[in-house]
Design a protein around this ligand. Structure first.
Ligand code: ATP
Ligand code: MG
Length: 398
């Protein structure tokens, strides 16, 4: 007997010639999610991943949780692996049912569902269903068969080297394994949206690095700590920690506030952020930027604003939240564990000086004219020179 976790994946199975590479990536990401101390062997077995804990009595709950946050995983089942015999399957099935009954208040309806890929095994699937079903009914008077509306299904898989038995199928996050696409640079504020945008980008297999603009002393060290914590939460979904670049935005912000009309400050700050992000991305060979913008959410997120902001870069900007409602974004933020951190009250550089009437339809002409009074190139250089890389190792320790 061995305790295993069966890991199913979907989309990556469809990738034709690339399939082996995707599978290797997913296996590696599952391995990394578990860490070296897990004492589990991870192997690919006929289009599924099996995480083998050997003789352990049951699979550890933490391991299930970690595998369930690996992108590319569609579902997982904690299972028992027994030798290829009806007797062994019966014994284990009885133990699983007993556990089910223990936590139930009364009788339970069930059915057995066998899949047999090992054609050398002497019993067919319907025969296994019947033999195991009648054995369990005799053994447990509180059980009843109901093939249409069972309270639980006992799954039995007869494979080449073992029989797997389980009663639970738990959903994973889906998507593609991180690292199967290239890297994106996430503009990470301390708000609710951008961490969710980063998570969704990762869900499509994109490796994420993050940049944060900090305006000390207008914003506190606490607001920076908060963003470090957000990067750490995102790192849980990634095979390697998400590095965070912190940029001193104070000189740029001060210059903009001194020289630009108040209504245009936000647009100019965003343009500045993009220019700096583009520089950092290019220096690191990163081909795309990611933001948490969503249409119509605030003044700077009208299509006109996006156009005015976008103008400063030719890099693709991914906006995974672009059509999502705030309520949907919050729900996701709660689920992935960033919400509690995001709502901490420390000010962000853009919330400190929000003008009362920001321009919602900035004209490109006016924006360019306002920028003529700024030493754009020097401000970008100056900002880039302040980059502090918060080491992945430091993030992992949190
Ligand atoms: P968020 O919740 O992500 O802060 P938001 O709804 O507050 O988003 P804005 O303040 O308009 O939206 O910011 C739009 C996007 O610009 C953010 O989602 C983020 O990607 C980026 N951004 C804003 N402020 C910062 C910052 N201080 N550092 C890095 N990126 C930022
Ligand atoms: Mg914000």
């Amino acid at each position: 007997m061995a305790s295993v976790i069966l890991v199913r994946y979907g989309e990556i199975g469809l990738k034709g010639k690339n399939r082996p590479a995707f599978e290797r990536r997913l296996v590696e990401n599952v391995r990394r999610a578990l860490g070296s101390g897990a004492g589990a062997a991870v192997r690919n077995e006929y289009g599924r991943i099996v995480v083998d804990f050997g003789e352990a009595e049951a699979v550890p709950g933490w391991a299930l949780d970690r595998i369930r946050s690996v992108f590319g995983v569609v579902s997982v089942s904690p299972a028992a692996s027994v030798e290829l015999s009806l007797e062994a399957a019966r014994e284990k099935a009885a133990a699983l049912v007993e556990e089910r009954l223990k936590s139930a208040a009364g009788p339970l309806r069930f059915k057995v569902e066998t899949k047999r890929s090992n054609k050398r095994f002497p019993l067919t699937s319907p025969e296994m269903n019947a033999r195991l079903g009648s054995f369990l009914l005799r053994r447990f008077p509180l059980l009843e068969v109901d093939v249409h509306r069972p309270d639980f299904v006992l799954h039995v898989e007869v494979r080449e080297k073992a029989i797997y038995l389980y009663t639970e199928i738990l959903a994973g996050p889906g998507g593609l394994p991180v690292g199967s696409s290239s890297t994106g640079l996430l503009l990470l504020s301390g708000g609710i949206d951008s961490p969710v945008a980063g998570w969704l980008a990762m869900k499509r297999g994109i490796r994420v690095q993050a940049v944060h603009y900090h305006s000390f002393p207008f914003t506190s060290d606490r607001s920076k700590e908060k963003v470090i914590d957000l990067a750490a939460v995102l790192s849980r979904y990634s095979p390697e920690p998400v590095p965070l670049y912190v940029v001193n935005f104070t000189p740029a912000q001060t210059a903009i506030r001194q020289h630009a009309p108040a209504a245009m400050v936000i647009t100019l700050m965003r343009r500045m952020m993009l220019r700096i992000a583009e520089r950092l991305a290019k220096e690191r060979g990163i081909p795309a930027l990611i933001t948490g913008e969503s249409v119509g959410q605030v003044a700077s997120q009208t299509l006109e604003s996006m156009a005015a902001i976008n103008e400063v870069t030719s890099m693709p900007i991914l906006r995974p939240l672009v059509t999502m409602d705030k309520a949907e974004i919050i729900e996701l933020a709660e689920r992935i564990g960033t919400y509690e951190i995001s709502i901490l009250p420390y000010a962000d550089c853009c919330t400190v000086f929000v003008p009362e009437h920001p321009e919602t339809k900035p004209k490109l002409e006016a924006v360019r004219r306002a920028e003529e009074r700024l030493a754009i190139q020097e401000l970008v250089e100056e900002a880039v020179a302040t980059v502090e890389r918060i080491e992945p190792a430091a993030l992992a320790l949190r």
